[in-house]
Every structure is written in structure tokens, then in C-alpha cells.
Design a protein around this ligand. Structure first.
Ligand code: MN
Length: 312
């Protein structure tokens, strides 16, 4: 059975100490405030605020005081396709790329490639760069503004009109995404030339063979040192930075669209989005959707029904 460690406040340790008063053991290990044994579970509280639970039913005992640090910091499960990742990829000077907006009915798709050198990693961590899914919009805006002042990057914003044109010409969203990543990566390589990254890591939206199939027929297909992984923002800070910059660009574009619409549009593709789209149809006509939305989403038909254009 694995030991469980939780982090608590001094006040909680005081509470715990009186709670386990009768179960206290004589021996207190170095650095510990108290140790206790209850129903086969040994509880050791340390001055650092860490409390360890060992032995039978330790989960039960621990969970009344706090969440296991193991659970909080459990390693992210990633999946790699194509070439296996170099063992030390996290510390390499690398370009990472990521996209935002694929699942949002309103707003563009944004793709960013960003270059992070090994000696910039501490600074990026200091600025708060991490998985953008764990950051609020206002944190993302603040970090992005810092990054934009020094980090080499390439941003592509695919407007709704252009997206709809490509999509209606027969391109899948996967193909559109692949073309944008490849283009952003090429732009950035030219920007940092003659410097060369040690690796290029794409946040995997399609398995490597599919990605390259999407790129067939393109002039500049980047293959050298290109790696793919899911949750790649947890593997290299360049992907985390790219996702922050892509999200920032998306948020700005989204605000602009809301201004054009005359009201605050909703992110995602849920029921509120259908309502917003119906409101747009009533105010500006059905043809206006082309500049605000990804037309092929199911939201379009739902909005038409709500707006009374088609029968329910
Ligand atoms: Mn991604």
C-alpha cells in the first residue's frame, strides 16, 4: 500500500494533534511535530505542514484532512505517435505548436508556434507559463503580454470566413489544422534562422501518419525533428507558451466579434451558443453567420430552428 502525503496548514496540524491525542506514539521522528497510530495506520505530521499516512486504511484516514499530493501531482498521461520523443526533449531548445478555437462555434481558429531555448525555461516558469487549461483568461492575457515582448513566435489566425471557405471546399478540420501548424512552424523557422531548434513538438491533434497525409501536395512539409505528443504542453514549455499565445489571440478576436455582434458571444458549442446565433440571425440575417461562426457545426441548424427559419 502506498504512503499518502497531504499538505495542511499549521492550524490543521494543531487540530490533528488534539484529534489523535490518545493515539500518539512516544517516538517522534526528526522534523516531525507528532506521530500517532490509529487502527493500523501511522500518522506523522511534519513541521513543513506535510502529513504522512502509512499502513492499513490510510486513504480513509487521510481524506478527512486533505487531498493526497500524489493525486495532485500525478504524472500526466501522454501519447506519442511518429518518432519516439528524445529522452531529454523537455530540456531541449525547441519549437512547440498548438491551436485554439476548434471546438468553438463562434470565433476563428488560431495556431501558434513558439521557440523556447533551454536557458529561457526558468524565466518562463517564473512568468507563470504552464498548461493554459489550468490558467484563467486574465492570467493568460497577462502572461501572453510578457511573452510577446521577447519570445520568437508565429501566429496564424484563420477568420471564420476563410475557415468556412476551406471547409465547404471539402477540407476537414483536421486537414485545416495540419496546414496551419505546418505553416506556422515554417514561418517561425525562417524567423529564427540561422538558429535551429533541437526539436519541434506538435501538440498532437492527429496521429503522425494522418498529419503528414493531410500535408500531401504542400510545398514545404516540415519533417525533420518533428515530434507529436498529446498533452505536449506538459512535455515542453514551448507548447505551453504556444497554447497561451494562441488562446490570447483567440480571446482578442472573440472580443472583436462580440463587439461586431453587439452583445457578448458565448464560447464553446453548447445550448447558449445556439441562442446567441439565433439572436444574430434575427438581428443581421442568416448570411451574417459566415463571418461569426464555423457554419458546419450542428449549432447552425439549431439556431435556425430557434430563429424560426426552419421548422422544428
Ligand atoms: Mn492542443
Amino acid at each position: 500500500m502506498a504512503n499518502i502525503v497531504i499538505q495542511v496548514t499549521t492550524a490543521t496540524i494543531k487540530n490533528m494533534e488534539s484529534f489523535y491525542e490518545k493515539n500518539k506514539t512516544d517516538k517522534t521522528p526528526p522534523g516531525a511535530i507528532f506521530a500517532a497510530k490509529k487502527n493500523g495506520c501511522t500518522i506523522t505530521a511534519y513541521r513543513s505542514g506535510k502529513v504522512m499516512f502509512q499502513g492499513t486504511r490510510n486513504e480513509e484516514e487521510a481524506k478527512q484532512w486533505g487531498q493526497s499530493l500524489n493525486q495532485l501531482t500525478k504524472p500526466v498521461q501522454t501519447k506519442t505517435s511518429g518518432a519516439p520523443l528524445p529522452a531529454n526533449i523537455s530540456s531541449m531548445s525547441a519549437i512547440g505548436s498548438d491551436e485554439v478555437g476548434k471546438g468553438d462555434y463562434f470565433g476563428p481558429m488560431t495556431v501558434v508556434a513558439a521557440y523556447v531555448k533551454n536557458d529561457q525555461m526558468l524565466l518562463l516558469k517564473e512568468l507563470g507559463v504552464k498548461d493554459s487549461k489550468n490558467l484563467t483568461d486574465s492570467q493568460i492575457i497577462k502572461i501572453a503580454k510578457d511573452l510577446l515582448t521577447f519570445l520568437p513566435y508565429s501566429l496564424l489566425t484563420l477568420s471564420n470566413e476563410k475557415y468556412n471557405k476551406l471547409q465547404s471546399s471539402g477540407m476537414t478540420q483536421g486537414k485545416i489544422t495540419a496546414l496551419l501548424h505546418n505553416q506556422a512552424l515554417n514561418h517561425l523557422l525562417k524567423k529564427i534562422d540561422p538558429e535551429k531548434p533541437e526539436a519541434i513538438l506538435i501538440d498532437q491533434f492527429a496521429e503522425a501518419p494522418i498529419y503528414f497525409r493531410h500535408l500531401q501536395g504542400q510545398k514545404e512539409i516540415l519533417r525533420e525533428n518533428v515530434y507529436f505528443s498529446t498533452k505536449a504542453e506538459s512535455i515542453h514549455l514551448s507548447v505551453a507558451a504556444a497554447s497561451i499565445l494562441a488562446r490570447y489571440a483567440f480571446l482578442k478576436a472573440f472580443d472583436e466579434l462580440s463587439k461586431k455582434a453587439g452583445f457578448s458571444l458565448t464560447k464553446g458549442a453548447g445550448a447558449k451558443v445556439d441562442q446567441d446565433a439565433a439572436r444574430l440571425i434575427k438581428a443581421k440575417g442568416i448570411s451574417a453567420l459566415n463571418q461569426f461562426t464555423k457554419l458546419h457545426f450542428a449549432n447552425t441548424n439549431k439556431a435556425k430552428k430557434i430563429a424560426g427559419i426552419t421548422k422544428a
